[in-house]
Design a protein. Structure first.
Length: 325
């Protein structure tokens, strides 16, 4: 369900309506004729791969353009229930054919055992029951293998994050590009998968985008949104942040955090006059924080997290030992 508050109904993040103070806004006011000419050109010219969302008519064309504007919006239903139904149906068809083949083998074992030892002799028999049955089994196996492989491939796709699904659902709810019946597909959140794998630390990028959206400052738009995307839509509720710029900012924050995790405990251990239990507690606290940060901000495997945490703790313990000595 979509929330009722307007501040929650936006693809990348929604913000309250504010007056656009960008340079392009003042240029349009100073040069209205040029602005109108450019506007009419953008309305009359529409290309399939146009970066402008608003260049496409409202409906499926604009929804497709929105999904194409940001990789986070590339989500679709997996139709897992339907895949499993078809797979189970094909499976039971093969079960029946398997039973028929086993029954035929048992009958031949009693009446004509030599037919089971020679494929050529069996094919020459009147009726050719086994040959026809094998052909039917082969055809059904192809259908069964196809649905199994397709189901496996779809199941291996990452589930769409709640945030990305909510973004698309919010846009559909706010703009109503589809009729009510055909828009129902977006409701089944658990069945959606992402066509692009989430990159390392993508959740943190989402936190950064949400935080920036709450800052009513033109500077955030200039720093974190490409000029092309700033003009891609006139919808004031849509923010299409530059993935490269968000990633650079996130890397900067993580770098500062990494340095802090190395230096802060050293400074604290060096500054405190307490000995024994307090220093050990400080080491345990920072080691725990390091392990949590490593798990959240990277895709490190469990053994890698364990090894890195052990090395970090060892460095602090060695420093503490040298300091006490």
């Amino acid at each position: 369900m979509v929330g009722g508050d307007l501040a929650e109904r936006d693809p990348e993040s929604l913000e309250k309506y504010r007056v656009n103070r960008s340079i392009s806004h003042y240029l349009k006011r100073l040069l209205p004729s040029i602005s109108e000419k450019e506007g009419s050109h953008s309305q009359d010219t529409m290309e399939p791969d146009s970066p402008r969302i608003d260049a496409h008519p409202m409906g499926y064309p604009r929804l497709a353009s929105l999904m194409n504007s940001d990789e986070n919006f590339l989500i679709t239903r997996r139709y897992g229930w339907l895949h499993n139904r078809v797979m189970l149906y094909r499976q039971d068809e093969l079960r029946m054919l398997e039973n028929q083949l086993m029954k035929l083998d048992q009958e031949d074992e009693e009446s004509d055992p030599r037919a089971l030892k020679s494929r050529k002799r069996d094919d020459q028999r009147e009726g050719g029951l086994r040959r026809a049955l094998i052909k039917d089994i082969d055809d059904k196996l192809k259908e069964y293998d196809d649905i199994v492989l397709r189901n496996s491939k779809m199941s291996s796709l990452q589930a769409a994050s709640p945030r990305n699904h909510q973004s698309v659902e919010n846009w559909i709810f706010h703009n109503a590009p589809l009729c009510a019946t055909e828009a129902e597909f977006i409701r089944n959140r658990q069945d959606f998968v992402a066509l692009v794998d989430a990159k390392e630390g993508s959740w943190f990028d989402g936190v950064v985008e949400d935080t920036l959206s709450q800052i009513p400052c033109t500077l955030t738009r200039l720093l974190f949104i490409d000029p092309e995307k700033r003009t891609s839509t006139e919808d004031e509720l849509v923010r299409l942040y530059s993935k490269a710029r968000i990633d650079t900012f996130a890397r900067l924050v993580i770098t500062i955090l990494a340095v802090a995790l190395l230096m802060v405990p050293v400074v604290v251990l060096f500054s405190t006059t307490e000995t024994g239990g307090l220093k050990i507690a400080i080491i345990l606290l920072f080691t725990l924080f390091f392990s949590i940060s490593l798990s959240l901000f990277t895709k490190a495997k469990r053994h890698e997290v364990f090894a890195a945490t052990a090395a970090y703790c060892a460095v602090l313990v060695v420093f503490l030992g040298d300091f006490l000595y």
